[in-house]
Structure formats: structure tokens, C-alpha cells
Design a protein around this ligand. Sequence first.
Ligand code: SF4
Length: 211
Amino acid sequence: MNKAKRLEILTRLRDANPHPTTELNFSSPFELLVAVTLSAQATDVSVNKATDKLFPVANTPEAIYALGVDGLKDYIKTIGLFNSKAQNVHKLCQILIEQHNSEVPESREALEALPGVGRKTANVVLNTAFGWPTIAVDTHIYRVSNRTKFAMGKNVDKVEEKLLKVVPKEFKVDVHHWLILHGRYTCLARKPRCGSCIIEDLCEYKDKIDD
Ligand code: SF4
């Protein structure tokens, strides 16, 4: 895909949604970190259902740590992999208290050292809580980037690398959300909605579907 097409795609996505954000509910960097950690292999809707009950009761490292692993499980047991997630989040709270003054560190290295936090989660937190121009590549972004030929790569790291290279600076902070939302609601995995896609004429996917 050439530069002009990429620019037009980004411009259209921006015009359609000038201030995109995550669909996870959060009101602080700590809540976002917990929500993103819980969202691995789970839907944002299922995470929001759990955190809508958890955060009013406990939304600080101290409060979640005080719940204990079993207490935390009671709130998140509707989310997939809740056993390991409860252990990770509990431990993560302990580390934030002991090593980071109960704050979420604005550092990739420190974030990735937390249990249950990988590159993707760190990218989301750095981007959405702190405004860094990081691009977290999830399944939606991976699919949309390859399908459209916007930024092709054999794995998520390669796609991230390519996106960081080809997306102009002014679009970098928001491109993560535009591509996720596009993949979630329009460029669906099994049946993309090409007929109602605002970038249909620019997308280079060969098997577009009319409806
Ligand atoms: S035209 Fe179809 S395949 Fe291309 S981005 Fe739109 S929905 Fe996805």
C-alpha cells in the first residue's frame, strides 16, 4: 500500500471518530492497568461487568491487595482465566505498593516487569493513560493491518514495527484505537462488512464482501 492511501485511510478514520478511546471502563491509570490485565483473551464487555462492581469497592493497589486473592476472585470469576488473573493482579498490587509508591509507573520496563503485563498491555497503558505514541497490536489490529495491506507482518511484533514506521506522527497516538474499533465493528474476522466500510475503496483486500 502506498503512502497516499495510508494517509487517506487515517484521515477518514480520524474524521469519523476524532477522539477515540478504549471501551474498557476506567477512571485512573491504576484502574486501566487492572482492566487491561483482566482483558487478556476476554471481551471488554465481560471485563467492564466485573470492574463495574470491583472498582467502587476497591480501586487502589492497597484496597485490591487487602481483598486477598480469593476476595478478588469473587469479583472477576466471570472472566476467562480468572484464577491466574487474580493471582497476577494481587501480586501486581503488592509490587506497586512496595516498589512504585502505589503509582502506575510511566515506564515500559517497569510495566513489563509486573506479573501478567506483557508488551501489549504496557503499550495500551502507556498510550491510553499517559499519551505515548505506542501502538498495541491485538488480534483486531493484526487482522486489519494485514487484510487491508496497510501494514503487513507475519506476527504482532512485525505489524507493530511496521505501523510505527508508516503511521505519521500526528496519527500515532490514536491509530491503535481506530484500528481496533474498525476491526471490532466493521472489518470482522469471519465476515467483514465491506459494503458499509468507509475505507472500502482504499483497502487492498482481495476477497471483499458486498453486504
Ligand atoms: S473493505 Fe472489507 S476487508 Fe477492507 S477494511 Fe473494509 S471491511 Fe475490512
